[in-house]
Write a new protein. Structure first.
Length: 448
């Protein structure tokens, strides 16, 4: 009898039919492939992912039962060592696979606590962590009553979505009904829609994300990204800046906060992407996601500090602590660097006809300028689409301020060509525009 091949299952890292995930996840997948033979489990046939896999399976439908059955079939033929899943819509289903096959990974209750903001807030509050005032409501009438108690502004959130979908700031009573409609209508494939939504105290202050691992209950951070948010009332992420050896990686208060937050959620093993806001009362954990970060943050960590997050994630997924004290690649380091990304977003609904992008040789520090759309694609502003991006820019700088300044400069050199598309209905909260992210389209469809 031949010996089974050892593989790491990677679930849902590839393209969904309506959105190409290659720019966001290829670096993560390549890093994992450097660490372990990969068997990909996807909802569609492989495309760009194929070179990184020793084999693959297609799940017949996007359900927990179908995913568990497919992974059981793989386990019958191969020695499955672990599971890695970066897809929000499949995280809970992947946790069922981990439990079913008896593999290393976060417990089902921990994954649920990360996915469900209501549960997560309760657990962190009960553990004594500083949290915003919060509750949940099922109707606009209940929301009106809560805002009379809380005052304004407040933030509305779906209980279980990602990418800031449905998250909106409410400034006054006149916005309550429309904001409630925006939040309750947000959805993501495979993620449960609860009958209630979260209402939270608005927290003022800068925000970071921290990508790290938990092995045997011990937390270790790898990448700190300083977040850039688009215009209100939405919370769309429009960029990140990563600096090698960011002070937050060694800050005792931040490390203690993250260790306590993971413990409160019962998250004892796996990769996480934590979000922290620095308020006048102190740092607050906004949420913890049970997966590596998106938005090309893994690539920024590699460019800035030689951190190979995919390689780390593969080691953690098979149940081992990554070799070395920090799992950084010394071969990539040439001294501290700061690297940032800026996403170019539409300022109005449009059909793309073309994009003019700056070239790296034309701008100091510009590493890459890449399109995320093709001619004929439609772009929609929030709340119709929260990740409607037509290009991204990556640049380096001497520090965070210099990097951001360079990104501002190259962003001004981006021009989106397109034809205006009249929305089905006017935006419920009035016009909104992302300053500097794209040149407005005139009613005639000609860029000015």
């Amino acid at each position: 009898m031949s010996q089974k091949t050892s593989v790491l299952l990677v679930i849902g890292i590839g393209s969904q039919k309506d959105r190409d995930s290659r720019p966001y996840r290829e670096h993560l997948l390549a890093g994992a492939a450097r660490a372990y033979p990969l068997w990909l489990v996807e909802t569609d046939e492989l495309t760009w992912q194929a070179p990184y896999a020793v084999g693959s399976s297609v799940v017949p439908e996007r359900t927990t039962e179908a995913l568990v059955a497919t992974c059981r079939e793989v386990a019958a033929r191969h020695d499955v060592k672990g599971v890695m899943c970066p897809d929000e819509g499949l995280l809970l289903a992947a946790a069922h696979v981990v439990a079913d096959l008896g593999l290393p990974g976060a417990a089902l209750d921990a994954v649920r606590a990360c996915r469900d903001k209501k549960r997560g807030r309760r657990l962190m509050t009960d553990a004594g962590l500083l949290q915003p005032s919060h509750t949940s409501v099922r109707s606009a009438e209940e929301l009106h009553a809560v805002t009379e108690e809380y005052g304004f502004p407040v933030v509305l959130k779906p209980r279980a979505l990602g990418a800031s979908s449905g998250v909106i700031k409410v400034e006054g009573p006149a916005q309550v009904d429309d904001a409630f409609a925006v939040t309750t209508s947000a959805h993501y494939p495979g993620i449960e829609r609860y009958p209630d939504i979260m209402v939270e105290e608005y927290l003022e202050g800068p925000e970071i994300s921290v990508d790290g691992s938990v092995v045997d209950g011990a937390y270790e951070p790898y990448i700190v990204a300083h977040k850039r948010i688009g215009p209100e009332p939405f919370f769309v992420e429009t960029g990140h800046v990563v600096t090698a050896e960011d002070p937050a990686l060694r800050d005792p208060q931040i490390l203690d906060l993250l260790q306590r937050a993971h413990k409160a959620l019962g998250f004892h093993h796996g990769m996480t992407h934590a979000e922290i806001k620095f308020t006048a009362r102190g740092p607050v954990v906004i949420e913890i996601n049970g997966r590596p970060g998106g938005d090309l943050i893994p690539r920024l960590g590699w460019l800035a500090a030689g951190v190979d997050l995919g390689w780390i994630a593969a080691h953690v997924a098979v149940g081992t602590r990554p070799p070395g004290p920090t799992a950084r690649s010394t071969a990539r380091r040439e001294g501290p660097r700061t690297v940032g990304i800026r996403f170019c977003c539409p300022t109005q609904d449009c059909t793309v006809t073309g994009i003019d992008l700056p070239r790296p040789e034309e701008y100091d520090g510009l590493v890459e300028a890449a399109s995320l759309v093709e001619a004929g694609d439609q772009l929609h502003c929030p709340p119709a689409d929260y990740v409607s991006r037509f290009a991204y820019l990556i640049a380096t700088g001497t520090d965070a301020a210099d990097c951001s300044s360079r990104l501002d400069e190259v962003e001004r050199a981006v021009t989106l060509h397109g034809k205006a598309v009249e929305p089905d209905a006017p935006p419920p909260l009035g016009p909104h525009r992302s300053p500097g992210s794209a040149v407005p389209i005139t009613p005639t469809g000609v860029i000015t």
